[in-house]
Ligand binder design. Structure first.
Ligand code: NDP
Ligand code: 2IT
Length: 459
């Protein structure tokens, strides 16, 4: 991504240094394209920091930060409903603990491998730093596919997964949560198994818990609401608001549903959402109650939506959702769901704002298309940080053994999203890239972790 213009010898030297580190990452982590992509985006953004502050280079912060403190992989054997033994692979990357316990979700999806877990864990370091909360970066998951599995099979798998994972986590060391394929049901089974193994009630070991056993109000809504709060700040900067805007939201899971809910509340019309099979276009505006029932209660496919809303249309495949004209695009499904061609379609149809609810949903080429076409772009690390921010608030409530109201947590979430936005805007301006939230959020997230690593010495 050609973010940095080489205008001074210091910048050129910094760019060369960053390129060398990036080449080493590629060599050390062969074939891990998603991890390479996440590292490239951040390293390019950090070039102005290295040009200005030699202390980070002198302390080899970059060389250290791209290497996980630890990557754990493990066998997850379980017995399916037919009595057959199944084997999945489990992961936990404990990437960086400079500013707090490792914190990050667990993803259950057949595509999960070391590259996916490392890209997510690496991004989480900077995202968590941006929240202003004391949390380090981690991520985990498995190539287990919850789709089509019975409740009993999901329970058997998650119990086996937790039996091994429990050796490495704890309220002050590493605190997992949900991500794709891991919601309230899975967190419940995992918490039950952890409690059984440990014999105590360490509420703060997982977040996203149910409200009856230490969960925080607003955590379910936090990522989607936070995304909309962040996007509202972007709109405000340009003298606009959600009111009357046409919005496309991809996905129909946790992040999408609550992004749709808050954007609708602010007066926007959401005309499309999707799942991994295809997308629904409803020119009258998506009926969220139907999506919630189909996805949260019945665990059905999004194509069922059109049987209840015959004026809506269903299209197989995900890519063409980005050819629907809109003012605001909120990708909330998965990594690399918007490529260069899709970004060009969005631009051709007049999109003005793109903000990422999913992690790394835009390819590097897609980001270049936004930046060079005056689309105001809110990158994932900043825009979707509301989920993990409220997870940190859940940990705080668990430590204090009390529970805040929905309004209290929601108010804190709004403040956090505003702070992330302002800190990103300010860092971008300070380092010569005014208006570029990719550069701004990467630098703002990096500095706090890097300064702490310098303070801690070579560890
Ligand atoms: P869910 O499992 O609740 O929903 C995921 C949604 O994305 C589903 O609609 C799913 O469709 C769709 N999807 C998943 N994989 C693909 C794929 N390969 N191609 C197309 N669509 C796909 O997960 P979340 O809503 O929690 O997560 C969505 C994104 O947000 C992820 O990138 C996650 O990392 C990120 N995120 C989540 C946070 C959270 O708090 N949950 C916090 C910050 C970011 P289907 O049902 O067909 O699989
Ligand atoms: O990507 C993410 O930030 C999450 N899946 C949420 C992590 C968390 O610990 O709440």
């Amino acid at each position: 991504m050609a973010i940095t213009q080489q205008t001074s010898p210091e910048l050129q030297e910094a760019q060369q240094y960053v390129n060398e580190v990036y080449e080493t990452v590629k060599k050390r982590n062969p074939g891990e394209s998603e991890f390479h992509q996440a590292v490239k985006e951040i390293l390019d953004s950090l070039t102005p920091v290295f040009a200005k502050n030699p202390k980070y280079r002198n302390n080899a912060i970059l060389e250290r930060i791209v290497e996980p403190e630890r990557l754990i992989t493990f066998r997850v054997p379980w017995v399916d409903d037919q009595g057959k033994v199944q084997v999945n692979r489990g992961f936990r990357v404990q990437f960086n603990s400079a500013i707090g316990p490792y914190k990050g979700g667990l993803r259950f999806h057949p595509s999960v491998n070391a590259s996916i877990i490392k890209f997510l864990g690496f991004e989480q370091i900077f995202k968590n730093s941006l929240t202003g909360q004391p949390i380090g970066g981690g991520k985990g998951g498995s190539d287990f596919d919850p789709k089509g599995k019975s409740d009993n099979e999901v329970m058997k798998f998650t119990q086996s997964f937790m039996t091994e994972l429990s050796k490495y986590i704890g309220p002050d060391t590493d605190v997992p949560a949900g991500d794709i394929g891991v919601g309230a049901r899975e967190i419940g089974y995992m918490f039950g198994q952890y409690k059984r193994l440990r014999g105590g009630n360490e509420a703060g070991v997982l977040t996203g818990k149910g409200l009856t056993y230490g969960g925080s109000l607003t955590r379910t809504e936090a990522t989607g609401y936070g995304l909309v709060y962040f996007t509202a700040e972007m709109l405000k900067t340009k003298g606009e608001s959600f009111n009357g805007k046409t919005v496309v939201v991809s996905g129909s899971g946790n992040v999408s549903i609550y992004a749709i809910e808050k954007a609708q509340e602010l007066g926007a019309k959401i005309v499309a959402c999707s799942d991994s099979n295809g997308y629904v276009y409803d020119k009258n505006g998506i009926n969220l109650a139907t999506v919630k029932r189909l996805k949260e209660v019945e665990r059905k496919r999004i194509k069922e939506y059109v049987t209840e809303h015959p004026t809506a249309e269903y299209f197989e495949g995900c890519e063409n959702i980005w050819s629907i004209p809109c003012d605001i695009a909120l990708p909330c499904a998965t990594q690399n769901e918007i490529n260069e061609a899709s970004a060009k379609k969005l631009v051709a149809n007049g999109v003005k704002f793109v903000a990422e609810g999913a992690n790394m949903p835009s390819t590097l080429e897609a980001i270049d298309v936004y930046l060079s076409n005056n689309v105001y772009f809110g990158p994932a690390k900043a825009a979707n940080a509301g989920g993990v921010a409220v997870s940190a608030l859940e940990m705080a409530q668990n430590s204090a053994r009390l529970a805040w109201t929905f309004e209290e947590v929601d108010a804190k979430l709004q403040t956090i999203m505003k702070n992330i936005y302002n800190n990103s805007v300010n860092a971008a301006a300070e380092y010569g890239h005014a208006g570029n939230l990719v550069v701004g959020s990467n630098i703002a997230g990096f500095l706090k972790v890097a300064d702490t690593m310098v303070a801690h010495g070579v560890v």
